[in-house]
Design a binder for this molecule. Structure first.
Ligand code: NDP
Ligand code: 2IT
Length: 449
């Protein structure tokens, strides 16, 4: 076990997700370290795995009946070597320091891959927006921002959404940020279109994931036309992954939430997806309701006692995990392989366990790691920052074509690096090596800080 992993395990034994994310990157970069002894001399692994700053804070708020509630807020600033921290914010009851450190760590490499000057971080809270009224969410967001605003800014840390933080939450957070800082600036991305947001930002992670997957398929002379696809999740990333897949002629047959999943053998078409968007984004309902409207589909409730997720047992050519970390385990991976899966492309961050990932990497199938495949979201956040600085808005076609160029570039960079380091076709190695070298070179240029 490398020394740095021993140190992390000894220092923060409960941070299992962070340990997993670091282990995964370390698995790729040994040849880079061996070829560049100056990296080890400068202790880059010790530095890159220690956040530059962590702030935790109390978030008190009042519920609708006047009870005082308290949640814990986090701001994790991992690396500013190549630009100001650029962070997603997650509001989910499972949020803790380990989960946000893993997200911040992944974000550092992902942001380096985007070709934009963005450092990496993550933030959020164990607050659960599910089942809360709009007023409760607003009071929580306002309270959260009264502390977070001390730490963010256009040249410091620019925050956006992640699980549980969508356009509603960004609106409330931005409103309080603007009031406290007395300035209308782009310290948040994912803003509304008539107050500084960018066209295509909402779609970007999902569309970008499909653009990346299309590039992978093209290396085997394949396209999405007629391919069956399994998707998990039904939030921002899943919806827009499905939207682009449908547009490209694929047949999307599953969607899920934490309560269960729907299987629609006829395919979820444009009209059905429009229903899902209203159900999830406006009515804030559960995916189970899909089968009440579309009776040809079936719903299967999540069974915590099962050691696999039945969603991944359906026969399909492609799988897009778009919900959360570690949602595809070893058994799921074998189920996919036994059904002759051709491509797994990660819309979510770290959705495959290390065992599942190794199973995919050992096979001749295509495996697209999240830090490359879902980088479209943060890339368009970067483009939103550019537009805010210029005080103008690009047209939809302009942003979309830039997103396509960025995803194509990330795909090529990953392939080139994988090839250069002796593992052709291994996108995970390619992504880790490219991101690592870019960030570490900047760290060396800037000295011991
Ligand atoms: P949303 O909150 O919009 O949707 C999350 C979806 O995943 C929901 O369907 C949710 O179901 C499900 N989900 C969340 N937690 C769990 C869980 N523990 N078990 C099962 N299902 C779960 O989030 P996003 O779509 O934005 O994020 C999805 C993934 O994509 C995350 O991994 C995120 O980090 C990643 N990502 C997001 C980007 C963005 O710009 N938003 C960019 C790049 C990656 P339920 O409603 O029941 O909670
Ligand atoms: O995981 C991610 O890349 C995000 N949640 C998006 C972050 C961003 O700054 O847009």
């Amino acid at each position: 076990m490398p020394d740095i992993l021993k140190t992390i395990a000894a220092r923060d034994p409960h941070e299992t997700e962070f340990y997993q994310a670091v282990t995964e990157v370390l698995g790729s970069i040994k040849p880079v370290l061996d070829q560049n002894p100056q990296y080890r001399q400068a202790a880059v692994l010790d530095r890159i795995t220690e956040p530059e700053r962590i702030v935790t804070f109390r978030v008190p708020w009042l519920d609708d009946v006047g009870n005082v509630k308290v949640n814990r807020g986090f701001c994790i600033e991992m690396s500013s070597a190549i630009g100001p921290y650029k962070s997603g914010l997650r509001f989910h009851p499972s949020v803790n320091q380990s989960i946000l450190k893993f997200l911040a760590f992944e974000q550092v490499f992902k942001n380096a891959l985007t070709t934009l000057p963005l450092g990496g971080g993550a933030g959020g809270s164990d607050f659960d927006p599910k089942g809360k009224s709009d007023d409760e969410v607003m009071r929580f967001c306002h309270s959260f921002m009264t502390e977070l605003y001390h730490h963010i800014g256009i040249n410091t840390d620019i925050v956006a959404g992640d699980i549980g933080v969508g356009s509603r939450e960004i609106g409330y957070l931005f409103g309080m940020y603007k009031k406290l800082s007395n300035s209308f600036t782009g310290a948040l991305t994912g803003k509304g279109l008539n107050w500084g947001g960018s066209l295509i930002r909402a779609q970007a992670a999902g569309y970008g994931c499909v653009y990346f997957a299309a590039e992978m398929l093209a290396t085997r002379d394949m396209s999405f036309d007629g391919l069956k696809c399994l998707l998990s999740g039904s939030g921002n990333v899943a919806q827009h992954t499905a939207e682009k897949l449908i547009e490209l002629g694929a047949k999307v047959i599953t969607l899920s939430d934490s309560s269960g999943y729907v299987h629609d053998p006829e395919g979820i078409d444009k009209e059905k997806l429009a229903y899902v968007k209203i159900l999830k984004n406006i009515r804030r309902g559960r995916i189970q309701e899909y089968v009440e409207k579309y009776t040809g589909a079936t719903y299967t409730a999540t069974d915590a006692l099962l050691d696999y997720h039945p969603l991944w047992s359906h026969r399909a050519a492609c799988a897009f995990p778009c919900a959360t970390q570690n949602e595809i385990n070893e058994k799921d991976a074998y189920n996919l392989i036994n059904n002759n899966i051709k491509l797994v492309c990660e819309g979510a961050n770290m959705p495959c366990t290390p065992q599942a990932m190794n199973i995919f990497l050992d096979k001749p199938m295509l495996y697209g790691p999240g830090k490359a495949a879902n980088a479209g979201g943060v890339a368009v956040s970067g483009l939103e920052m550019v537009q805010n600085s210029m005080r103008l808005n690009w047209l939809e076609e302009e942003v979309d074509s830039r997103l396509k160029i960025i995803m194509k570039q990330i795909h090529k960079t990953c392939l080139d690096a994988a090839e250069a380091y002796g593992t052709p076709g291994n996108y995970a190695n390619g992504a880790n090596i490219t991101g690592f070298v870019k960030v570490v070179e900047a760290m060396l240029d800037q000295g011991v800080v």
